[in-house]
Design a protein around this ligand. Structure first.
Ligand code: GN1
Ligand code: MG
Length: 366
């Protein structure tokens, strides 16, 4: 199979090793090494999930523009290891940034960046690194020229719309699971008003639209194995117009709980304030030069709202029969939802302390 995929891309060597990559919730990915002119080169082949990304051509148009822009800016800034700081797309034999196999499936190939790793759980210094890297990525994209990027998933961070989807899933209850998630449903319904805070502020012009990453999950940044420094932002499928608040919020959601997103021991799920401070400092350090004063008061609310959004997305998927997020056990999405809701409770309890940390970080970033 890998041989056939490699043939469609500009890869000439013989495959020597392949490995299925686990981790992402969306695409099927595999790592494959090829012997090319006496050298072993490694690539990541990904089959694009068309249930999630319905227009792969537009998706790959965005990704190619984004990587080209970031690369050009890094080169202009005389960065020494550009190859390791931005993803490299391998073109298909027909010159497109993707290929279509016999079954009509879309594939893309990135050059694998050697000697890197991802983390699911972080320390304050790793959190600072990752937040700064995502902020810097957004900074690099602020002057992307040309047409507005495509919306690869419509209403991706439209929390009120996500709430409506949940309500529909509760009403339809196609798998008779609503009864098993009664307290999670009650938790979500009780907080429905917060869903529209960011989208309302965007609609009224209070929050500016910018090109953002939109999926700033901690494992979407590669760290250098040797230096421990954040090296390269990955998973560029949702880079499109959006709000920095959601990016910052998702950094907080995925880093400040010193446990995994699907940890079932809820005693381990809570906001770690030193990590929160590191995330805030790291993000403001790389974005303060362009952030609008009006974006700052939304930072803490955004952390709670995106955690709410993630929680209700997991809950909706559980009720609908797990058709979106990849699961490893029958209640996996419900477990993820419980975890996110526990994190919300912790943030609600620590909200004043989080606000104080943001104020201090803003003062430091001036
Ligand atoms: C998905 O692809 P991955 O695992 O980086 C999802 C995010 C969720 C995240 C939750 C396109 O991200 O929105 O926050 O899972 N990506 C998409 O773990 O839906
Ligand atoms: Mg990912």
């Amino acid at each position: 199979m890998v041989r056939k995929i490699a043939d469609r891309f500009l890869i000439d060597g013989q495959p020597v090793k392949t490995l299925t990559l686990v981790g992402g919730h969306i695409h099927d990915s595999c790592l494959a090494s090829y012997l090319e002119d006496g050298r072993t080169n490694t690539y990541v082949h990904q089959r694009i999930n068309r249930n999630v990304f319905q227009d792969p051509v537009r998706l790959m148009d965005n990704v190619s523009r984004v990587v080209a822009h970031v690369r050009a800016k890094l080169e202009r800034s005389s960065c020494v290891d550009v190859e390791r700081r931005v993803l490299t797309l391998i073109p298909g034999r027909e010159g497109k940034p993707y290929c279509i196999d016999r079954e009509g499936e879309y594939w893309r190939t990135y050059r694998y960046i050697e000697n890197t790793l991802t983390h699911d759980v972080v320390t304050p210094s790793l959190a600072h690194e990752a937040a700064a890297a995502f902020g810097n990525f957004v900074d690099l994209l602020q002057d992307l020229s040309g047409p507005r990027l495509h919306e690869t998933i419509l209403n991706f961070h439209n929390t009120p719309k996500r709430y409506q989807d949940l309500c529909r899933a509760i009403d339809d209850d196609p798998h008779n699971r609503a009864e098993t998630a009664r307290s999670e449903i009650d938790f979500a319904v009780a907080r429905q008003e917060m869903a529209s805070i960011l989208t309302d502020a965007q609609a009224s012009g209070e929050l500016p639209e910018r090109i953002v990453h939109n999926d700033t999950k901690i494992n979407n940044v590669l760290f250098d194995i040797n230096s421990g420094k954040a090296l390269c932002v990955i998973d560029l499928d949702t880079v499109m117009p959006g709000l920095t608040a959601y990016d910052f919020g998702d950094l907080v959601r995925t880093m400040t709980s010193a446990s995994r997103e699907d940890e079932c021991d809820l005693n381990q799920v809570h906001v770690d304030l030193p990590i929160f401070e590191a995330v805030t400092d790291g993000y403001l350090g790389s974005t303060r030069s362009f952030l609008d004063e009006r974006e700052l008061p939304f930072m803490v609310p955004a952390a709670i709202i995106i955690t709410y959004e993630a929680g209700i997305r997991f809950l909706t998927d559980y009720l609908q029969g797990d058709s979106y997020f990849r699961i490893k056990r029958p209640t996996h999405n419900l477990d993820r939802c419980r975890n996110q809701f526990k994190l919300i409770s912790s943030m609600e309890a620590q909200r004043n302390a989080m606000e104080a940390i943001v104020k201090r970080a803003i003062r430091r970033s001036h």
